[in-house]
Ligand binder design. Structure first.
Ligand code: URA
Ligand code: CA
Length: 439
């Protein structure tokens, strides 16, 4: 087989066989297919797409390029969740303990934030002592004891994705649905869960800018899961503004603690998306037979304080100081030199918010990384005071910024303002949840 023939086959809009796809992936990972051929191949995929079968074959070839984690010695159905990336998206810290408090088994590997999106690992590390690098045996022991652990990737998971993603990033080949689906699913499948709930974001802060693209991606990922015997559900949720009000690491942990302490009302977007993900994790785990039953169990775990207690247990098991994980002390983790209220430049209705720019403003304050080497400040970021559709007067703050280092403060403020459109007319209502895609 020659790589050039396979590139030409994709250029001619033909489907590759499983053998051919394995050849591409394995030889790219080993180094015998050079970057320029892989770039050409992926660009042909951007233009000509892949069939469902090709995408599934690509996913499996990528998954088997490195370690595949075996969680079969853990009790129960292992359930995972994954979000395609958002701003102010603190769902894992709420849903993972809630589902565990209801008897679920949540063995989760998370990532770090890059660019405008936050990462669960960085949020966890804003809690003193938390160790996200647990050896596999210890990780399994924690999950077996308390039902939940959240750690960073261990071992050599999906090296094909690392290499392909780095190349996609610099060759304009990120935005291909088959390449995104195989990138996400190869990592999720390699991480070993039996069942996966996928939260596909759509809107100004997301990879998928339209609901119909999000639906195509969601269906494809659910199909790939089914083809390899893993049960997946994908929900499509709005990312036309930050999901929660907090954008920043300790600030998002605080919002999760508020939610788990009953301080955030039903109907709030973060609350509702957490419930949606939790309900589907419960159903896939056979812990409830209807949505109503699943939701009632989750709300019971929330209202009784069992979910908060589970988060505290997880923090303790991972070496952290759980005494901060309560309403009395969580503010201590968010202590900064200055709070700055950002006032609107005009009165009116907030008719659009560019979520990515809000995330970038928080990053400029030190909450996120522009490059992998950047060090983040856990306490800084911003807390939104207004949501899409709200009326604002000149005296109403749009957000409060939490500031330590002022080096890029003005840049952050300018970026923040550039995220808003304020108009005379009240904008149309936008749903929070667009669709649920099942097998
Ligand atoms: N997230 C991933 O992990 N991969 C993609 O290609 C896009 C989003
Ligand atoms: Ca549907």
């Amino acid at each position: 087989m020659r790589m050039v023939d396979l590139i030409e086959k994709k250029v001619s809009k033909e489907a590759l066989t499983n053998e051919e796809i394995k050849f591409v992936v394995n030889n790219f990972v080993s180094g015998s297919v050079p970057d320029y051929q892989m770039s050409a191949f992926m660009m042909a995929v951007v233009f000509n797409g892949m069939t469902e079968q090709e995408t599934a074959d690509l996913t499996m070839a990528m998954m088997h390029s490195g370690d595949v984690i075996d969680l079969s010695d853990l009790r129960g159905i292992k359930v995972d969740k994954h979000s395609t990336g958002g701003v102010g998206d603190t769902t894992t810290l709420v849903v993972a303990p809630l589902v565990a408090a209801c008897g679920g088994t949540v063995a989760k590997m998370s990532g770090r934030g890059l660019g405008h999106t936050g990462g669960t690992l960085d949020k966890l590390e804003s809690i003193p002592g938390v160790n996200i690098e647990q050896p596999m045996e210890k990780f399994k022991e924690i999950v077996n004891n308390i039902g939940v652990a959240v750690i960073g990737q261990t071992g050599n998971l999906v090296p094909a994705d690392k290499k392909m993603y780095a190349l996609r990033d610099v060759t304009g080949t990120v935005s291909s649905i088959p390449l995104i689906a195989s990138s996400i699913m190869s990592k999720k499948l390699a991480a070993g869960a039996d069942a996966i709930v996928l939260d596909v974001k759509t809107g100004s802060g997301a990879f998928m800018q339209t609901v119909s693209d999000a639906q195509i991606l969601a269906h494809l990922m659910v199909q790939i899961g089914a083809l390899v015997g893993r049960h997946c559900v994908a929900v499509i949720t709005d990312m036309n503004q930050p999901l929660g009000l907090a954008v920043g690491n300790a600030l998002e942990v605080r919002e999760a603690v508020e939610l788990l302490s009953g301080k955030i009302a039903k109907g709030d977007p973060l609350y509702e998306v957490c419930m949606l993900l939790g309900v589907n994790m419960m159903l896939l785990s056979n812990l409830a037979s209807t949505e109503e039953e699943a939701r009632a169990k989750l709300e019971n775990a929330l209202n009784s304080g069992a979910g908060l207690k589970k988060l505290q247990q997880m923090i303790t098991a991972q070496g952290g100081d759980a005494s901060y994980i309560c309403m009395d002390r969580i503010d201590e983790l968010c202590s900064v030199k200055r709070h700055i209220d950002i006032m609107p430049k005009q009165a009116g209705y907030i008719s659009s918010i560019h979520a990515e720019r809000i995330g970038t403003a928080a990053q400029m304050l030190g909450a996120g990384r522009a490059t992998k080497e950047d060090v983040i400040d856990p306490a800084v970021g911003l807390v939104m005071k207004k949501r899409l559709g709200d009326r604002v007067e000149l005296t109403d703050a749009l957000c409060t910024m939490y500031v330590n280092d002022e080096a890029r403060l003005q840049e952050a403020i300018d970026m923040f303002y550039s995220a808003f459109t304020i108009s005379e007319d009240k904008p149309e209502y936008r749903p929070m949840i667009y669709d649920i895609v099942r097998e």
